[in-house]
Design a protein around this ligand. Structure first.
Ligand SMILES: CC(C)(COP(=O)(O)OP(=O)(O)OC[C@H]1O[C@@H](n2cnc3c(N)ncnc32)[C@H](O)[C@@H]1OP(=O)(O)O)[C@@H](O)C(=O)NCCC(=O)NCCS
Length: 165
C-alpha cells in the first residue's frame, strides 16, 4: 500500500516497465479495470430482459443493442437477440418472445424497424423469425465472431408498418 506521505514499500519499486491500473497515490485511483454491464430495462439504450413462464421459471433471456443507419436520431433501430435454455426450445417460446419484444419496441419507442442478425446455419431462429413476422433481407458477411471464427449471417427485419398491419 502507498502511504499518504508518498514513501513506497520495497514491493512497489519496479525494475522494468509496468502498467498501473490507476495513479501512484491512493487518491487518484481510476477505478476497477473491468466495467460491469448492468442490464437495463429502458428500451432506448442497450438492455435485456429475462424470459419466464407462468410459474416464473426462467426460460432464457433477450437483449438488444442498436444499429445507426444514418446521422440523425431517427435512423437508429434496435437489434434484438434471444437465448433459450435447452429444455425451453422447440415449443414456440422463441417465436412468441421475439413477437413480444418487437411489440415492446414499437409500442414504447419511435423506432421504424427492429432487426435480428442470425447465423446462416441457425435454421430454428430463421423459422422462428419468419413466424414472428420478420423478413430476411440479405447475407451479412463475416460479421459475427463465434467459436474462434467470423461467421456469415442473415439480417432480418420487421418494419413498424408491417407490425401495425
Ligand atoms: C433459436 C431459438 C430462439 C428458437 O426458439 P424456439 O422456441 O426453439 O423455436 P420455436 O419453437 O418458436 O420454433 C421455431 C421454428 O424452428 C423450428 N425448429 C426448432 N428447433 C429446430 C432445430 N433444432 N432445427 C431446425 N428447426 C428447428 C421449429 O420447428 C419451428 O419451425 P416451424 O414453424 O416450421 O415448425 C432457440 O432455439 C434458442 O434459443 N436457440 C439457442 C440460441 C440461439 O440460437 N439464439 C438465436 C441467436 S440469433
Amino acid at each position: 500500500m502507498v502511504s499518504a506521505h508518498g514513501d513506497h514499500p520495497a514491493s512497489l519499486h519496479r525494475r522494468g516497465p509496468a502498467l498501473l491500473a490507476g495513479g501512484d497515490s491512493p487518491f487518484d485511483d481510476w477505478g476497477p479495470a473491468q466495467r460491469v454491464e448492468v442490464p437495463q430495462h429502458r428500451l432506448d439504450t442497450p438492455g435485456g430482459l429475462v424470459i419466464v413462464d407462468e410459474r416464473e421459471t426462467v426460460l432464457g433471456t433477450v437483449s438488444w443493442v442498436f444499429a445507426q443507419w444514418g446521422p440523425n436520431a431517427a435512423s437508429r433501430n434496435p437489434i434484438i437477440g434471444i437465448w433459450l435454455r435447452r429444455e425451453a426450445r422447440g415449443r414456440g417460446v422463441g417465436t412468441e418472445t421475439q413477437r413480444q419484444l418487437v411489440d415492446l419496441h414499437f409500442r414504447h419507442t419511435t423506432a421504424n424497424r427492429v432487426e435480428v442478425h442470425t447465423d446462416v446455419e441457425n435454421v430454428a431462429e430463421q423459422r422462428a423469425l419468419a413466424r414472428a413476422g420478420f423478413t430476411s433481407e440479405d447475407i451479412i458477411r463475416g460479421a459475427q465472431w463465434r467459436d474462434g471464427a467470423f461467421h456469415d449471417g442473415f439480417l432480418f427485419s420487421i418494419l413498424r408498418a408491417e407490425w401495425a398491419a
